[in-house]
Design a protein around this ligand. Structure first.
Ligand code: XIL
Length: 372
């Protein structure tokens, strides 16, 4: 720096502002220095660590991009591979943005979790409008073939089916009354896995599901339903390789998390040969105290309790949060606080600084046993 004007923090931020970069860049670069990369702590234990990723956040904040690159070795497209992101007209697909994400990840040696092929949500209007019992199977399989074949060989895994269980549907098998169940039939899950395996034989094929983490009546019903259905699928040779536990945790459900019944459930998945992934981890703080310190502490304790129990299971191979920074958490729109204060579910704050949640995640990774 000799001979050059030393840049003050304020000047630096002003310059970044002039360059159109987010103001949290300075704080972000400071965070890099103080926060050991979670992907490194995970890799030391034979684990993957990552987050969901939407490219627009990188455009809004260079610091966020830097944070992502520092912390993650696996990424899940938050929206770009969902059916309604890929196709707005019947049969027409635009892979442009998803391809950009895959290329960005390839350049930076980040594995991509494809998300998601068959879901009751995020369907384009044309699919919902056209779907019938006559064409349901063809529409589902055609979509899988097109999309899985397009990315074949480039993805670490596919969330083949997403959120297919719902005790609220009151079926003996626990399946959700989804458009796919209604228009394809009970074997739609089997068909989806077989079609994905045929189109992309190298991807790890995952059943991604929500609320399995919850040791209450709802969560336990989902666990029972999953194990029953999984037994049938595996007996028929259906290529199901892994289970994704979304893990959108809630501050007011701390007592239903990470207990012995949860660990026993993970053991049941392991006995069935499943690789297990925590795929969309965050902690909703809508009902936690307004005070930032107290709130961050409560959130951190939930991360710690849940991850400690999860990481005891050797079949658990990776952890991904649903966003890294408070600036870009989907919870802002999904479950806001009644007092209007900004929500703080991810491990880094809105300026990309590590919070208590980051340190809790780091500590659980550091005390996890090594896995092969
Ligand atoms: C969410 C995204 O974060 C939002 O941006 C989008 O509007 C709705 O979907 N379970 C899933 C994810 O499997 O795909 C969802 O992502 C969150 C719940």
């Amino acid at each position: 720096m000799r001979g050059k004007r030393k840049t003050s923090r304020r000047d630096f931020i002003k310059e970044l502002g002039a360059m159109g970069l987010a103001e949290c860049a300075w704080a972000g670069s400071m965070a890099q220095a103080s926060a050991a990369p979670l992907r490194r702590l995970a890799a030391d234990k034979g684990l993957l660590f990552g987050s969901s990723l939407a490219l627009k956040y990188f455009v809004q904040s260079a610091a966020y991009q830097q944070l992502f690159l520092t912390q993650c070795d696996i990424a899940t497209p938050e929206v770009h591979m969902k059916w309604n992101s890929l196709s707005s007209q019947p049969g027409m697909y635009d892979f442009g943005t998803a391809d950009k994400l895959v290329a960005f990840c390839a350049t930076n040696h980040i594995k991509v979790r494809g998300h998601t092929l068959v879901w009751h949500d995020a369907l384009p209007a044309w699919v919902s409008g056209q779907l019938t019992a006559e064409n349901g199977q063809a529409m589902m399989v055609d979509h899988i073939r097109k999309v899985a074949a397009h990315f074949a060989g480039k993805l670490y895994s596919w969330d083949v089916v997403n959120e297919v269980l719902d005790p609220g549907s009151h079926r003996a098998d626990g399946l959700r009354e989804s458009p796919w169940l209604q228009n394809v039939g009970v074997d739609y899950i089997e068909q989806a896995f077989r079609a994905t395996a045929a189109a992309d034989p190298n991807a790890l094929l995952v059943w991604n599901e929500n609320y399995l983490e919850l040791s209450n009546g709802f969560g336990m019903a989902k666990r029972r339903a999953m194990l029953n259905l999984l037994d049938g699928l595996l007996a028929r040779g259906v290529p199901v390789h892994g289970i994704g536990l979304e893990s959108h945790l809630r501050g007011d459900q701390a007592s239903a998390l990470g207990d012995a019944s949860y660990e026993a459930f993970l053991g049941e998945l392991e006995r069935r040969g499943m690789k297990i992934f925590i795929t969309e981890l965050d902690v909703q703080d809508a009902t936690l105290p307004a005070d930032t310190g107290a709130r961050d502490q409560a959130v951190a304790e939930i991360y710690s309790r849940f991850l400690t129990a999860s990481l005891r299971q050797q079949a658990l191979k990776g952890v991904a949060t649903w966003g890294l920074s408070d600036a870009f958490s989907w919870i802002t729109g999904y479950r806001a606080r009644k007092d209007g204060l900004p929500v703080r579910p991810p491990p880094f704050d809105a300026t990309c600084q590590p919070k208590a949640a980051y340190y809790a995640i780091a500590a659980t990774l550091q005390s996890a046993s090594h896995r092969g």
